[in-house]
Write a protein that binds this ligand. Structure first.
Ligand code: NAP
Length: 242
């Protein structure tokens, strides 16, 4: 049976991806940073379809990422799919953005993706197969006021994805990035209603996206139907970026 690691899988987009992968026949490793109770709830939903495990690890910490990957190999013997979904925001205009706010976002979003790719790609390269999907953002392509840290981290994820796709292609590993627009999760719930209305006006499909919209794309990219696709950034944004 295929094994998938989904980082940041207790809420929002990651939770939906974990459940859909379990449904699609994967043993899913549900990674999270703080909320064990929520991780247990997601595990219960995944276990309806296939065996899953929860694993607390702060992906921004190289040692945590290594322990997570070693544990998965001990438990399941292989990793077929890595979805680097864990991410945070700490929005602020640059004049008020502290170094910590900048570094924390880079460390989780970009550093976490690097830490996980580094540890997992070793096993995939040895097996000469595997798929890595990195969660970027349209903000990493177009930038945004108050999100210099986040945009830089996601732009970095896109560049990392393209480099790894070139590096790992001959080892049978595909690496792609998914770039969501505005998706209805805890991350965007903080936005005021008038700001949400303004955002919707700029989306040709006239709605905010759902975690399912993103998960559908991840499921496709992870499947053999996408076997000729690597190094790409696929937007799922209702046409917000055209
Ligand atoms: P979310 O609802 O805020 O959930 C974030 C998840 O990441 C949680 O499960 C959280 O676990 C986990 N996490 C945070 N820091 C972590 C760390 N250091 N190590 C491991 N796990 C960590 O976020 P979301 O909206 O679903 O977003 C998921 C991904 O999509 C992110 O990469 C985000 O940047 C990207 N994205 C989202 C949107 C959007 O509109 N929502 C748009 C574009 C891109 P704990 O709760 O246990 O800490």
């Amino acid at each position: 049976m295929k094994v998938a690691i989904v980082t940041g899988a207790t809420r929002g987009i990651g939770m939906q991806i974990a459940i859909d992968l379990a449904k699609a026949g994967y043993n899913v490793v549900i990674n999270y940073n703080s909320n064990t109770e929520k991780a247990m709830e997601v595990k219960k939903m995944c276990d309806e379809y296939n065996e899953s495990i929860i694993f607390r690890a702060d992906v921004s910490k190289p040692d945590d990422a290594k322990i997570l990957v070693d544990e998965v190999i001990t438990r399941f013997g292989q990793i077929d799919l890595l979805v680097n979904n864990a991410g945070i925001t700490k929005d602020q205009l640059i004049l008020r953005m502290s170094e910590d706010d900048f570094n924390d976002v880079i460390d989780v979003n970009l550093g976490g993706t690097f830490n996980m790719c580094k540890n997992v790609s070793k096993h995939m390269a040895k097996k000469r197969s595997g798929v890595i999907i990195n969660m970027a953002s349209v903000i990493g392509e177009i930038g945004n006021i108050g999100q210099a840290n986040y945009a830089a981290s996601k732009g970095g994820v896109i560049a990392l994805t393209k480099s790894l796709a070139k590096e790992l292609a001959l080892r049978g590993v595909r690496v792609n990035a998914v770039a969501p627009g505005y998706i209805d999760t805890d991350m965007t719930k903080v936005l005021a209603d008038n700001i949400k209305e303004e955002i919707i006006k700029q989306i040709p499909l006239k709605r905010i996206g759902t975690p399912k919209d993103v998960s559908n794309l991840v499921l496709f990219l992870s499947s053999d139907n996408a076997s000729y696709i690597t190094g790409q950034v696929v937007n799922v944004c209702g046409g917000m970026v055209i």
